[in-house]
Design a protein. Structure first.
Length: 131
């Protein structure tokens, strides 16, 4: 059970870090995207949205840097097909990705107000219950 509780926040961070969502230069999510819905529910300020985008982009770059060229190609192909990639990650890659995801989560949570943090927690709980 503890492992499930840790995996969901990590999965959410990976989703935001590697999702095919298109962002505008202002840091606002594309209309109708999952990120836009998430941002709206949390009522993020423009500054928070911009910083979240920065964090996601940094995380994506760090994760991509861990991957071999073949793994990056597989990841891109899977993303285009909207499928989950099977990257055959090494234990070292998995450990480093876990560290990146945890760091990303920590940075994102630090941007949120206490009320937004509570709302995020509720959203995660609702997601967990629906699975």
């Amino acid at each position: 059970m503890k492992m499930k509780a840790l995996l969901l926040p990590a999965a959410i961070m990976v989703m935001f870090a590697t999702s095919p969502v298109i962002f505008t230069h202002a840091g606002v999510a594309a209309p109708g995207s999952r990120a836009e819905a998430w941002q709206a529910k949390l009522n993020l300020t423009d500054a928070q949205k911009a910083k979240m985008k920065e964090i996601r982009e940094s995380s994506k770059k760090q994760i991509d840097a861990l991957l071999t060229p073949e793994q990056r190609t597989q990841k891109e192909q899977a993303r285009q097909q909207r499928k989950k990639p099977n990257l055959n990650l090494t234990a070292d890659q998995k450990a480093k990705m876990k560290e990146i995801r945890q760091n990303t989560k920590t940075q994102m949570q630090a941007l949120l107000t206490p009320e937004q943090q509570q709302q995020w927690k509720q959203m995660r709980e609702q997601k967990r219950q629906s699975q």
